[in-house]
Design a protein around this ligand. Structure first.
Ligand code: ZN
Length: 325
């Protein structure tokens, strides 16, 4: 039986159960938070935020969810100590990632740490950090990342983004860890990602093209799914980008065409995200929370003819296969 690393340690892949494949716990700009804590609503109280996250995850567990997959990496404010406190207070499995989140340049820390420079060796030094997170543990903990994450958004394969993507591929080659790439379907970046993944010899069945559900273009989606990868229909609740009915219809149409085994479902929501003033989120995205899928999306999918078997495939079997079970 394949074991999957979670924040509380390894579990059997078979025990992952209903899995949301793209949910964040905290998305923070840590340097801003540390310097301007008073700009956060009521200031930032670490204990309160951890408690609030535990409450929200308990509600999610109450809907039958067993596991969330959290692709929060450097660039999104990853803090494994904070996540470990949350994991200790929830029955849910939390699976964490390594990688780097940027749409353009690499952080200056990496700008002058290049392959071939003194102290760097021939491989990209970023790759060794990703591998360490997977094989040894994140920061000073023994919590291991179970997958790799990077982003190719509207700007496409900028030099910085391509460097991160290739470092992710090399860490995948070294460790076998699966990959999730944030894509921007409306500019077709899923195709650019697949080209690089093929060049790097990545096992395409171990790849999620995140945010694929932001488009309704079935030709684009089936072209990518036919490579063997998984499509992340993972932004339910972000109706401003793509309306609810379109998101649901797209999943239903793909299921009808036999693609249930290539789809995973999620919200890309978080317990706390500092990208927006908190009062604004319920206004522009009232359904953008962990319960939306269970309360609204699954009933709508069933109404459109998606079977319980297909839902089980998307929520249980595909995540288990992705993590190797
Ligand atoms: Zn995300």
């Amino acid at each position: 039986m394949t074991q999957v690393e979670t924040v509380r340690g390894p579990v059997d892949a078979d025990s992952l159960g209903v899995t949301l494949m793209h949910e964040h716990v905290f998305i923070l700009n840590e340097e801003v938070r540390v310097n301007y804590p008073e700009d956060y609503p009521d200031g930032w109280n670490e204990d309160d935020q951890v408690d609030s996250a535990i409450t929200k995850l308990a509600e999610l567990a109450g809907r039958g969810c067993r596991t969330i997959v959290d692709p929060t990496v450097v660039g999104l404010g990853r803090d494994i100590h904070r996540i470990r406190r949350v994991a200790d207070g929830t029955e849910l499995n939390i699976i964490v990632a390594t990688g780097l989140y940027t749409y353009n340049d690499v952080p200056f820390y990496f700008t002058y740490r290049l392959p071939g420079l003194p102290g760097s060796g021939r491989a990209d030094p970023m790759t060794a950090l990703f591998v360490r997170d997977i094989q040894t543990g994140i920061a000073d903990t023994d919590v291991k990342a179970a997958f790799l994450k990077c982003a190719v958004d509207e700007p496409g394969l900028t030099p910085g983004v391509e460097r991160v993507l290739r470092a992710v591929c090399q860490a995948h080659a070294e460790t076998g860890a699966p990959i999730t790439v944030h894509t921007h379907p409306r500019s077709g970046t899923g195709r650019e990602v697949m080209r690089v993944l093929r060049e790097e010899g990545v096992d395409l069945t171990k790849v999620v093209l995140g945010h694929s559900g932001d488009t309704t273009d079935l030709d684009y989606l089936t072209e990518l799914a036919d490579t063997g990868c998984l499509l992340g229909m993972d932004r339910f609740g972000l109706d401003l980008i793509t309306p609810f009915d379109d998101r649901v219809s797209t999943v239903a149409a793909l299921c009808e065409r036999g693609y249930a085994e290539q789809l995973v479902l999620s919200h890309d929501a978080s317990c706390y995200i500092d990208w927006f003033p908190p009062a604004v989120v319920p206004q522009f995205a009232p359904s953008w929370h962990y319960q939306h899928l269970f309360d609204d999306v699954l009933p709508a999918l069933r109404e459109r003819g998606v079977s319980d078997d297909q839902i089980d495939t998307m929520l249980v079997a595909n995540p288990r296969r992705y993590f190797g079970g």
